[in-house]
Design a protein around this ligand. Structure first.
Ligand code: COI
Length: 349
């Protein structure tokens, strides 16, 4: 893979003690174009602006797909990229749904590895912080007729992010707007899913809630996701989460937490979670935890859920709360304190 290194690194300009999600980008990026029915040679170049023709199809009809993953500093100083294969599989599924060209797995894997090796100084040492990796593809053909693009650009850039510790948030169950319908693109990590969520989320914020809990598009009876994350609950001491479907993202953190919860002896259930069940569980005191699960925050605990006009409060969380125990286990595996029996870490020597 051709690499054009930067002349002057920007690393010294970053204060790793005051990181913010999305504020800094590392020195290099990967660029690989698709044209004439095939992927061209990938290149790693200095991070820079893209030049776009105004007719670029992605800007008009929404063929854009991204992934979000992380590289962690391990306690022995090595670096690992977490669950690269599972992210690639989801990337391919999202791209397929959007009729977009799929970069070959070896360009994805080798590109991420080379990029992280080259920018290894950008991987934070601070506990819980990571180098966020953002692979994405957009339709790059410049032709404003409504059509499936015949040209694509695959880019990967990276940037250091802090541990997003969110103190427990208030969420509102959304029964008017929908995030995704059956048969739609909810399972795909395409830009439109995020843009379409802004307006209902903005309205919820105006009412004093930080996020929305999305419900199913057909009946508004079942929980789908929590903001931009998968939704998880502890009901009767069991970790319960809605099953993945074509309207729910197949979250890598979701899958990792379910796996670890089972291994730690918690019962887990992937099944529909009805609003009526949550209301009954609040009444009986059997709903003890609610949280979002995603790559950026890992877990985002919830303190209040607004359902049909009523605010329901969760008990105060402690270090024995299930979400803290499984998050801690996940962090121990990623930093190499505990063994990686699942083969999740792609360690860079
Ligand atoms: C995540 O939880 O990682 C997300 O999907 C949010 C991301 C768009 C920053």
């Amino acid at each position: 893979m051709e690499i054009r290194p930067v002349r002057h690194s920007k690393l010294a300009e970053v204060d790793f003690d005051t990181l913010e999600f999305g504020k800094y980008v590392a020195d290099h990026m990967l660029v690989c174009d698709y044209a004439d029915g095939e992927w061209q040679q990938p290149m790693i170049v200095p991070y820079s602006n893209l030049s776009l023709n105004p007719a670029t199809l992605a800007l008009h009809y929404g063929q854009t797909v991204f992934e979000g993953m992380k590289a962690f500093r391990m306690t022995d100083g090595r670096i690992n990229i977490f669950r690269m294969d599972k992210h690639y599989d989801r990337f391919a599924r999202s791209l397929h749904r959007m009729c977009m060209a799929i970069p070959p797995a070896d360009i994805f894997t080798e590109g991420l590895t080379r990029l992280v090796e080259l920018d290894r100084g950008w991987v934070p040492n601070q506990p819980g912080a990571a180098l966020y990796l953002r692979p994405f593809v957009y339709a790059s053909e410049a032709k404003f007729g409504v059509k499936i693009s015949e040209q694509y650009r695959f880019v990967i850039f990276t940037g250091p992010v802090p541990e997003l510790y969110t103190s427990p948030i208030k969420v509102k169950v959304e029964t008017n707007y929908v995030r995704a319908a059956r048969g739609g693109t909810g399972f795909a990590k395409c830009g439109g899913n995020y843009g379409a969520a802004y307006y209902p989320t903005k309205l919820a914020r105006e009412e004093g809630y930080e996020q929305v809990l999305w419900t199913d598009a057909k009946e508004h009876k079942y929980i789908e996701e929590s903001g931009m994350m998968n939704a998880m609950f502890v009901i009767n001491d069991k970790l319960v989460t809605p099953p993945v479907s074509d309207s729910i993202l197949d979250g890598v953190t979701r899958d990792s937490l379910l796996t670890l919860a089972s291994a730690l002896g918690y019962e887990t259930e992937e099944r529909p979670v009805a609003l009526a069940e949550l209301e009954a569980a609040f009444r009986s005191g059997t709903l003890t935890e609610a949280f979002g699960a995603g790559t950026a925050a890992v877990v985002a605990p919830i303190k209040t859920i607004h359902i049909n006009g009523t605010d329901h409060n969760l008990p105060v969380y402690t270090n024995a709360s299930v979400h803290r125990v499984i998050k801690d286990k996940l962090n121990r595996i990623r930093t190499g304190i505990d063994g990686d029996i699942y083969g999740w870490n792609h360690v860079i020597e």
